[in-house]
Write a protein that binds this ligand. Sequence first.
Ligand code: FPP
Ligand code: MG
Ligand code: MG
Length: 351
Amino acid sequence: HRTFRSVEDPFSLVADELSLIAKNLREQVAEEVQEKAPKLASAAKYFFERAEGKKFRPTVLLLMASALNMPIPQSTAEGVFDTLSEGLRARQQAVAKITEMIHVASLLHDDVLDDADKRRGIESLNLVMGNKLSVLAGDFLLSKACMALADLKNTEVVSLIAKVVENLVTGETMQMTSTSEQRRSMEYYLEKTYCKTASLISNSCKSVAILAGQTAEVAMLSYDYGRNLGLAYQLTDDILDFTGNKDVLGKGVLSDIRHGIVTAPILYAIEEFPQLGEIVDRGFDDPANVDLALEYLGKSRGIERARQLAEEHATRAKEAIEALPDSDDEDVLRSRSALIDLTDRAIRRTK
Ligand code: FPP
Ligand code: MG
Ligand code: MG
């Protein structure tokens, strides 16, 4: 029946393990500062205690850990013998935990930058405790992630995750400071999207493979899966901002364009209607400009082409899993099906 469950819901395959990791995170995250700085402790724990989120990234990482649970070639096995004997699964769980901490840290900072009042269906931390504590809580979570990362004693993984943090900051800044030409560029948009969304999941997927002592080729496939899944997911997000239903989504629609953020559907529409580029340049402070842009978008193939691009990335993610070395282990195969299933869900979702 577990095979059936995995088809029904990839999340259920690792749900119990995820709950344990989440519990562990809640308990440990602010332990040491509880006495010295109780406000920092409660700020850092806020989302972990009150609104856990979908835990999309940790789910993918645990499934990837299982999907790669296969004998490794002798040559690479030698170097990681110690690693393997010291509880590989626990180390991969640590990557899931680190990834979630970095993700939440970036959201805390993001909500300050965006002056947000809601996150995960509850009041955002900046609204509850103010910008200053939110920034510090984000920094604190980031420092916790760094410590957990150091504990893994794997410099390659440290480099990959450090690069992720750089990418997050760069991506956010690219979005905030773009010139008019950059805002109209598909290449710039895709680079920004990689930095903001796909870098974290791709490099943490790769880290899971590296900790397992897998070959460079398998590590690359793991990275490719994460990268393409992340891009497919974000492209779908950007489409849903135009086509979604606010009650289903649980957040407002047309939020990107109203904030002057230009995404794939509009970029494709500009290719068909260059006049739209000028509207984009004028900005969207005036709601009439939003309406005009939507009119052009409706006449164009923008949404359709953005969907095609999302599908292409979903397909590439799926192909990365299919290219993994053969295995006849039932658990490995089930996890691979779940990862493939997630590529479909990433683009078919309505919320
Ligand atoms: C959500 O974007 C934000 C991100 C994916 C990354 C934000 C990164 C930073 C603020 C840099 C600092 C990073 C660290 C690690 C402390 P959004 O505003 O487009 O989406 P939303 O709807 O979730 O708010
Ligand atoms: Mg935001
Ligand atoms: Mg933002």
